[in-house]
Design a protein around this ligand. Structure first.
Ligand SMILES: Nc1ncnc2c1ncn2[C@@H]1O[C@H](COP(=O)(O)OP(=O)(O)OP(=O)(O)O)[C@@H](O)[C@H]1O
Length: 232
């Protein structure tokens, strides 16, 4: 049975402002979920709650692995920020080496050079200071950590938006290759990207999550229908 992330009756409010109300939803391993919602709908807040950056007001997130069910902790979650914060004074190689040395649980299956190759970062780039990395390279470096640590849940907050077409394609292929071992959820405003990459589209609208039927994805007026759903 695939691993499941079960949200059970999750509510979140900031002061008087309700962001989600009694959200229950199940995400499964092996699928890429695209999370769509208007500005301020609460996509980042949902990710922050799942990664324990901020507490939920009520409800719980559970990880179901066959017979075992347990609450999700921040160790289960790899969070790819749209603008990753990395030690700029190290080279990419030094950073990964340091990461491996300080994370005893990390059991690398490949050499550092191989990990860089998997992320299509060249040997020359490995030995450059992170300070000089482009946005896309920083995201790749952050993703590389998840190839090592293999968190069951990977959340990507508006990634790929500022990537050039080649890097975007590389990242898409990487996510497709990784999806069998993870539950992958990414938020985006780009409908084309969502339909292209995702196995399921999830709308976050008026404090609730709902799936968009797969048949809708292939209808000619798909975009119009999504806009209508988000406007209601
Ligand atoms: N720490 C906080 N304290 C109070 N209000 C907050 C806090 N964080 C987020 N909010 C509010 O919660 C709402 C949801 O914000 P969030 O950033 O999750 O939306 P989003 O869907 O990611 O938006 P966008 O698409 O614009 O990135 C917004 O109204 C925001 O102002």
């Amino acid at each position: 049975m695939p691993l499941q992330l079960q949200l059970q009756h999750i509510s979140k409010q900031f002061d008087q402002k309700k962001i989600f109300e009694d959200v229950s939803f199940t995400f499964e391993q092996g699928k890429i979920y695209g999370l769509l919602g208007r500005n301020g709908a609460g996509k980042t807040t949902l990710f922050n709650c799942l990664s324990e950056e901020i507490p939920v007001s009520s409800g719980q997130a559970l990880l179901v692995d066959g017979e075992t069910t347990r609450p999700v902790t921040n160790h289960d979650v790899g969070f790819v920020y749209s603008l990753p914060i990395l030690p700029e004074f190290l080279t990419g190689y030094e950073f990964i080496k340091f990461f491996l040395e300080t994370n005893r649980q990390a059991q690398p299956e490949h050499s550092i050079a191989d990990y860089f190759a998997m992320m299509t970062l060249s040997t020359e780039d490995q030995h450059k200071l992170i300070k000089s990395y482009s946005h896309g390279m920083k995201n790749k470096l952050q993703m590389l950590l998840f190839l090592i640590t293999k968190p069951p849940i990977i959340l990507l907050d508006e990634p790929l938006t500022s990537f050039d077409v080649i890097v975007a394609l590389e990242m898409k292929n990487l996510l497709r290759n990784m999806k069998h071992d993870h539950i992958i959820i990414f938020s985006t405003h780009i409908l084309q990207l969502a339909t292209d990459l995702c196995d399921e589209l999830v709308l976050l609208h008026q404090g609730n999550l709902s799936t968009v039927s797969a048949t809708l994805l292939h209808e000619p007026d798909f975009e119009q229908q999504i806009i209508q759903l988000l406007q209601n």
